[in-house]
Each structure stands twice: as structure tokens, then as C-alpha cells.
Design a binder for this molecule. Structure first.
Ligand code: ADP
Ligand code: GLC
Length: 510
């Protein structure tokens, strides 16, 4: 009883806001993280809500039986510039968890084919859509009389929330004890809009200055989140350092350096209920470290068949799953595909910039025996690629954290990575020594160029031919612990520290 009482006393109310989370909507790693972190925190005894836009157009992907969506009847009005926009609250749960999902419904904003863009073009009213969503999160708290200890916002889409809590709602009785955390998942996407969109935030123009919401003449929501949050995190310790330098800071390096006292890097984890070869429901045959050889062989054959590659069990198969964006190293990969002079197959699953989509299609047509490309988004195929490939390709130019390298290690598929951000923090390069010590888990290179990548691929293919060494490498990979509990504890420490300290002083405006 006493222990229970103590647990309750220490338990916090945490509201996490995100623009995507599985299984409701996904374009990339943010969706995996925004679903897994709330679950890990809730398992530690805290009360957690997850706020998402209600993307009705994505609903066909959602099986109603798994997670029914309920109407609440709660409506709210928000002033957006000169108009009043009405929203409605729906609710659901992350299946089989205690995490309540608050779905913000506004069909004109969110009932669209894409989350942020269509046919490669961002929606012109993205600032309006996500300013509305950010305000709606606060309105919903008011309506439900939620008094969160922590509101945790993610990326530019929800970056306005920390600013609202520090300004307009700073003295609202419900939020007096609320502290905000802002996580940067990718600094390259900043939510930059022309200055007149300041009107849509509903905040006073006095905040539109170089110390707060303005950057290079524009409204910058990423900067807004960094400046106003009580704590700022990013998704790996190395990226936290990198973004304070001009090469990785995307123009915000000085803002980050100014606020470095409240900045830290916490490596993401893996939701092993979804991403583990022993329980994965998408793959052909489940396996674990003991049965990896047989399991991989079955999955590899299925993958080769599905993608139309010749079924050669002994030919190394190198897989890649990616947004097709320059971030992911496509500029150094493309020339290599015509240069690898060895018996190897390459397989790509991705969608994104049309130049890369077209080039991969062209290569797959030109080399049908060696290269396959599936241009599209396919969750099931992504799992099969992790299970059926021998090596995973992820030579990102920069990578805040990266999830696929961790997934691939858990599936016994050593990753080939550029030593940057979360890739540097999670993959240990394989040398004779690191292999023997049980530490080597993949292949990494320092200098971002085609030659280094080619050398590294060749190094990996050489080791593939040394079967005992390869088996050892696969075992090293599969014993890694990437569970969320480690990272969730670090977030909890930050939340707890904040709830016991006074609010960050409101930055001085000019
Ligand atoms: P990022 O968020 O930068 O795209 P991450 O490695 O953190 O990179 O996460 C990417 C997530 O999106 C992974 O879960 C990956 O499997 C998934 N993903 C990316 N592209 C596709 C695709 N075309 N089809 C299915 N899943 C994809
Ligand atoms: C971003 C980053 C990726 C990270 C993901 C989840 O999309 O590009 O590196 O893993 O967010 O944090």
C-alpha cells in the first residue's frame, strides 16, 4: 500500500504532442518514436496522453477492430488570424496500452491525402494547420480540465506549444505548474513561413524578433520551440553536439549554442513488440539468435521472390528502406550501384524526391538481376527487408538518430553507415578486434563520399565470405539492447527535474 502511495505521489501527468504516431499515421521515424515513448513512460507508472491530428483520409489503413475511435462531443473554437475555426475532439488508445490518444479533428485541415504534402509540394497552409493543432492541444486541456505536469512537443509542427505556455497561458491557473519539453527530431525541417503568418500564431508581434520567433526574416517555428521550451532534447548525444556547429546547425547553430544549457541528446529506442524477428507478424518466418540462419534464409527467399530478384541464397543481399531525400546518402549511393563489381544484390524501398525515385527505377530496369526498387510506402515490406537482407544500407549524410540501423541489428542484418549522429552512437565498426570483443555490429566510415562508401561495402562483402566471422557479427548484432526503458528513464529524469524547478525565465523581447 505504502509503495503504491509513493508511486502515485511521484507519478506525473504527461501530454505528448506529435504530428504523427503509429498506428494512426506515419511518414517516418517520428511516428515510431511518438508511439513508443508514451508507452514506455506509461509502463513506468505515469499518466500519459498523446495528442495527434485526426487524419481521416488515413483511416482506411486503420482497422477499426484494433483501435476504435470515439466521438467525445467536445468542440472548441480557435481564432486563426481573422477567422474562427471550430475543431472537435475524438479519442482512442494506443492498442493494448494505457495511453489515451486525443485526436484533434478539423477536416478542412487534416482530411487530406498527405500529412504535410502532396505530389512533392508542401501544403501552402501548413503554418495555419499546425498552429491550429498546437492551440487545439491547449484548448483540449482546458476543456477536459487536464493539468499536465509536462507538455512534450515534437518538431516544428508542435513547436508553438512551448511558446503559448510561456506567454499567453503562463498565468492560466491550469498551467501554472506545467513545464514544456521540445524534441528536435530533424533540424533540417524548421517550419519556416513568411512573416505575415505570425498573425496565425495569435501571439503578439513583439515576439517576432531575432531572439525569439524570427530567423532570416521569416517566422521560424523550430527556433520558437527551442527558445521557449523549458528543456530541449534531440534524439542522440552526437547530434546534440553536431547541431551546435555550422555544418549541421542549418542556420540555427547559434540559437542552439545560446540555449545549450537546456539541450541534451537522448538516443531513441526500439519498440520490440513491433520490431523483433521473434514476434514480427509481417515476416515469412520468425527467428531468434539461435535460429537466425534458417530464419533468414526463408525470409531472404521470400523477399527475392516478392521483388523479382533471382533467388540466390548465397549472393549477399543489401537492403535499404528510406525516405528518398538527400539526407539519406542517395547522392553517394547512386554512382556506386554501377561500380560494385561483385556478386551482390541491392534492394530499395522508398519514396520521396522524384530524381531519386526515377534513378532507382532506371537502375532496377537496367540491372534486373542485381537491383530491385519498390517505390512506395509499405510497412510490411519494410519488416521483410529487415529480416531477409544480409546487410542494411544507411549511409546518411546526417542522421539525428535513425531507427532502421537499430532494427537491422536486432534482425541480424549488419548495417553499413556513415559515422554521424545516432548512427555513430549506435553502430560499432567491425574490425578484427571489435569482432573478437563481441562489440562490432556493422560497418561505418568517417568521410562522406562515394569512395569511402564503396570501400566499406567491399569490406562488408569480404567479411560475408568468411562464414565463422560473419556468424559472430550477426550474433553481436542480435544481442544489443535497444529497448525504450533506458531512454524513457532519461526523459523522466528531465521531466522530474523540470517539475521541481521554476519555469525558464521568459526570454526578453526587443
Ligand atoms: P526518418 O525518420 O529520418 O525517415 P528513421 O530511420 O528514424 O528515419 O525512421 C524511418 C521509419 O520509416 C522506419 O520505421 C522505416 O522503416 C520507415 N520507412 C521509411 N520509408 C519507408 C517506406 N518507403 N515504406 C515503409 N516504411 C518506411
Ligand atoms: C527524424 C530523423 C531520424 C530519427 C527520427 C525519430 O525523422 O531524421 O534520424 O530517427 O526523426 O526521432
Amino acid at each position: 500500500m505504502w509503495v503504491d502511495g509513493l508511486r502515485k505521489a511521484n507519478s506525473m501527468r504527461i501530454l505528448i504532442a506529435s504530428s504523427e504516431a503509429v498506428p494512426f499515421a506515419k511518414t517516418g521515424g517520428l511516428a515510431d518514436v511518438a508511439a513508443a515513448l508514451p508507452q514506455a513512460i506509461s509502463r513506468m507508472g505515469h499518466e500519459v496522453w498523446l495528442a495527434l491530428p485526426y487524419y481521416r483520409a488515413n483511416q482506411p489503413k486503420i482497422t477499426k477492430a484494433n483501435y476504435p475511435i470515439h466521438q467525445t462531443g467536445v468542440e472548441f473554437d480557435i481564432e486563426m488570424g481573422e477567422k474562427t475555426v471550430t475543431g472537435e475532439l475524438y479519442w482512442s488508445e494506443i492498442p493494448n496500452t494505457n495511453v489515451t490518444v486525443l485526436l484533434i479533428d478539423q477536416p478542412e485541415y487534416f482530411n487530406r491525402p498527405g500529412l504535410y504534402q502532396e505530389n512533392g509540394h508542401d501544403y501552402a497552409d501548413n503554418c495555419e494547420r499546425f498552429a491550429f493543432f498546437s492551440r487545439a492541444v491547449i484548448e483540449v486541456c482546458k476543456k477536459l480540465i487536464l493539468r499536465p505536469h509536462i507538455v512534450h512537443a515534437n518538431d516544428w509542427q508542435t513547436a508553438l506549444i512551448p511558446a503559448l505556455l510561456q506567454t499567453e497561458f503562463a498565468y492560466h491557473p491550469q498551467f501554472l505548474r506545467t513545464r514544456s519539453v521540445y524534441t528536435i527530431h530533424n533540424l533540417a525541417y524548421q517550419g519556416q513561413f513568411w512573416h505575415w503568418d505570425m498573425e496565425l500564431t495569435g501571439l503578439d508581434w513583439k515576439y517576432f524578433n531575432w531572439r525569439q520567433m524570427e530567423a532570416y526574416g521569416q517566422l521560424n517555428l523550430m527556433k520558437t520551440g527551442i527558445v521557449f521550451a523549458d528543456a530541449v532534447t534531440t534524439v542522440s548525444p552526437t547530434y546534440a553536439k553536431e547541431i551546435q556547429t555550422p555544418s549541421f546547425g542549418c542556420g540555427l547553430e547559434e540559437v542552439l549554442a545560446t540555449h545549450h544549457d537546456k539541450l541534451s541528446g537522448i538516443l531513441n529506442g526500439v519498440d520490440t513488440h513491433i520490431w523483433s524477428p521473434s514476434v514480427d507478424t509481417h515476416i515469412e518466418e520468425n527467428y531468434d539468435a539461435k535460429t537466425v540462419k534458417e530464419g533468414k534464409a526463408v525470409n531472404k527467399a521470400a523477399l527475392q521472390e516478392q521483388l523479382g530478384l533471382p533467388q540466390k541464397p548465397d549472393t549477399p543481399l543489401i537492403g535499404m528502406i528510406s525516405r528518398l531525400a538527400v539526407q539519406k546518402g542517395l547522392d553517394i549511393i547512386a554512382p556506386i550501384l554501377e561500380m560494385v563489381q561483385r556478386d551482390a544484390q541491392f534492394l530499395f524501398l522508398g519514396t520521396g524526391e522524384s530524381q531519386y525515385e526515377d534513378h532507382l527505377r532506371y537502375l532496377a530496369q537496367k540491372y534486373p538481376e542485381q537491383i530491385a526498387a519498390y517505390i512506395g510506402f509499405d510497412e510490411g515490406l519494410a519488416h521483410l527487408i529487415e529480416a531477409g537482407s544480409d546487410l542494411f544500407l544507411m549511409p546518411s549524410a546526417y542522421e539525428p538518430c535513425g531507427l532502421n540501423q537499430m532494427y537491422s541489428m536486432l534482425y541480424g542484418t549488419p548495417p553499413i553507415v556513415h559515422e554521424t549522429g545516432g548512427l555513430a552512437d549506435s553502430v560499432v565498426d567491425t574490425t578484427e578486434e571489435t569482432l573478437k570483443e563481441g562489440k562490432g555490429t556493422g560497418f561505418s566510415f568517417k568521410y562522406y563520399n562515394t569512395e569511402s562508401l564503396l570501400q566499406t561495402i567491399n569490406r562488408a562483402l569480404d567479411l560475408y565470405e568468411d562464414k565463422p566471422a560473419w556468424d559472430k557479427l550477426v550474433q553481436n548484432c542480435m544481442k544489443g539492447d535497444w529497448s525504450w526503458s533506458r531512454s524513457a528513464k532519461e526523459y523522466i529524469n528531465i521531466y522530474q527535474r523540470l517539475t521541481h524547478s521554476p519555469r525558464e525565465a521568459i526570454p526578453v523581447s526587443i
